[in-house]
Design a protein around this ligand. Structure first.
Ligand code: AGP
Length: 575
């Protein structure tokens, strides 16, 4: 057994190994519940997509997990290495191997080879990953995937994504760095190979139900998750926005309340939709809490060298909690002595564990690649954090606290207007180019709207601050280039009206998103989508539901797979 390992412990990127992988005759899938293999490239991609259901379709059934039921012993050896390399003859693994008459060894390192079965060839292996924080993925050349152990009745289930386990059990154990688990059907012993004294992880209960992870009567996850808007906002504020006590309670920040008092600058890092949520958060925190905020793309932040004082906090926003660039941004400031905070949806994910404190979104599992409900939850949580930092200092505190309670009903009102949004969206489904504009916090709403259309319908869509039109974008406008204008009630309404007139004067079609009761806007635009009135600060939450539906209906009328858009992954775990 050891022999096999030593020969295969090279790491990818060492040319001789690549070829080795190719040669190997991949064992075929023998029984449901065990993962499959194929040629290394496909294998590697299969390695990475293990968390995504359909990728395993060829083997039939949703095979995200490996069941350990029999007396057989599975040893999960996580990253028994320093800097991503398995040291040949690494006694700890040999010890583990020798000690446990194991049937299956699941080791991380050079997954393609190591995953080949030790023992009878037909026994398949699962995949395991360590915590990116510790390891240098480039060195290992494989993507590190989280790994979760489900504690069932007389069985343990291994998967890279808790949602895959949920239909079997809600009790899960998340593996930490250098953890090794020895599992039988009825026992899972976890040892940390780096710090032997570290207490064993406790099983945690998944806080969402199976119902949430299955489609129900919806045609796809994207529409289902858009229609979860009222529930999403409600669960994000549950037990946190206490209007009756005029109080915001964020348990996840309690351990750092002392430090938060001295924070005089917040740098938000994120990617994609989470980045746009951060941009909305900038308006909220600066205007409600008076703390300067900078929002940076994590992929840029990683390579910048900017001043950081101890009174600066870094706030990472991520739905999956596994986005490589955002993790790298957190890692970059690891030794700066700054507070590292997180807003994360996936419980127990890498970012949730790397940060000093944070707030979970509680939006439940988000399956569609295009993030929808998680964005609503992120902006709702940012509103809570801004009010929490404001601590009742401004007169905006109470009205906004009360408004948060009314938002789920207003979100439902937007959804009740879905057919009208569908009618208008289908009218614009054959244009190739789109511009989204808005002023103040409607500008990041415009950016997020444009991203949704790009992701789902593959159309060219870009967003601009409305005040920028004369400085360039107006040149693009003609009868074939429609503009989606976010012009909900705000002190800047008239200003945005003049932008609309500029566009119409060039023959540009205009769809407007306006506040119910605004009749004037009808004269100015080709089509108007109305949303209920809500204060400026909370408008982006309702803006998003409309732009998500608009993008969704255009994509559906163009016949695209909205849950699995081409060229995109739900969690971008590589740089
Ligand atoms: C959004 O719809 C995309 N899926 C993508 O831009 C995403 O927001 C980005 O990759 C960040 O992901 P995260 O929130 O899981 O970190």
């Amino acid at each position: 057994m050891v022999e096999l390992l030593r020969r295969e412990t090279g790491v990818r990127g060492h040319p001789e190994n690549e070829s080795f992988a190719e040669e190997s005759t991949p064992p075929s899938c023998k029984c449901p519940g065990r993962t499959t293999t194929s040629s290394s490239d496909q294998y590697a991609s299969q390695f990475r997509v293990l968390g995504q259901r359909e990728a395993l379709a060829p083997c039939g059934g949703d095979h995200l997990e490996t069941h350990v039921v029999g007396p057989g012993v599975v040893v999960l050896a996580d990253a028994i290495c320093d800097r991503g390399r398995i040291a040949p003859g690494d006694d700890r693994i040999n010890e583990a191997v020798a000690s446990a008459s194991l049937d299956v060894l699941i080791a991380k390192a050079e997954s393609a080879q190591v995953l080949r079965v030790i023992g009878e060839p037909e026994i398949q292996a699962g995949v395991l990953a360590g915590q990116r924080g510790q390891l240098d993925p480039e060195a290992v050349g494989v993507d590190l995937e989280p790994l979760v152990i489900g504690v069932g009745k007389g069985e343990h289930i291994l998967a890279s994504d808790p949602t895959a386990i949920m239909k079997h059990t809600k009790k899960v154990i998340y593996l930490e760095d250098y953890d090794m688990a020895v599992i039988t059907g009825d026992k899972a012993q976890i040892h940390n190979l780096k710090d032997k004294k570290r207490p064993t992880q406790k099983a945690e209960l998944l806080d969402y139900d199976n119902e949430q992870a299955v489609l129900g009567d919806f045609p796809n996850f994207m529409l289902k998750e858009i229609f979860e808007a009222p529930a999403t906002i409600r669960s994000a504020i549950l037990g946190r926005a206490l209007a009756d006590r005029n109080l915001i309670k964020l348990g996840g920040l309690e351990s750092v309340l002392g430090q938060l008092k001295y924070i005089d600058r917040i740098v938000i890092v994120a990617c994609g939709t989470s980045y746009y949520a951060g941009l909305v958060g900038e308006y909220l925190i600066e205007e409600l809490a008076g703390i300067p905020v900078e929002v940076q793309l994590a992929s840029e932040f990683k390579y910048r060298d900017e001043p950081f004082s101890r009174s600066t906090a870094l706030l990472a926003i991520s739905q999956s909690g596994e986005t490589a660039d955002t993790i790298a941004a957190l890692k970059k400031v690891e030794n700066y002595g700054v507070l590292r905070l997180g807003i994360v949806n996936s419980v127990g994910s890498t970012i949730a564990r790397m940060t000093d404190a944070g707030v979970y979104c509680h939006a439940g599992p988000e399956q569609a690649v295009a993030s929808t409900k998680a964005f609503l939850a992120q902006v709702t949580v940012l509103t809570l954090i801004a009010l929490h930092l404001n601590d009742g200092q401004t007169k905006r505190f109470k009205p906004l606290l009360e408004e948060l309670d009314d938002l789920p009903a207003k979100a439902q009102e937007v959804l009740d207007n879905a057919d009208e949004i569908k009618r208008i969206a289908e009218k614009y489904a054959n244009y190739r180019d789109f511009l989204y504009i808005g002023r103040n916090n409607a500008y990041p709403s415009a950016m997020e709207g444009a991203l949704k259309l790009k992701e789902c319908s593959y159309l060219h869509a870009e967003a601009y601050a409305a005040g920028e039109m004369k400085h360039g974008p107006l040149a693009m406008i003609d009868k074939d280039f429609p503009t989606f204008v976010i012009v909900t009630d705000s002190p800047l309404l008239e200003k945005t009206y003049s932008n609309i007139q500029e566009i119409r004067a060039r023959g540009g079609p205009v769809v407007a998103l306006a506040t119910k009761g605004n009749t004037a806007i009808k004269e100015l635009c080709d089509d108007v989508i109305y949303m209920p009135a809500t204060p400026l600060e909370t408008q982006p939450i309702l803006h998003a539901i409309v732009t998500q539906l608009f993008a969704y209906y255009i994509a559906m009328s163009r016949g695209y797979d909205v849950d699995r858009p081409r060229n995109l992954a739900k969690s971008v775990t590589v740089e």
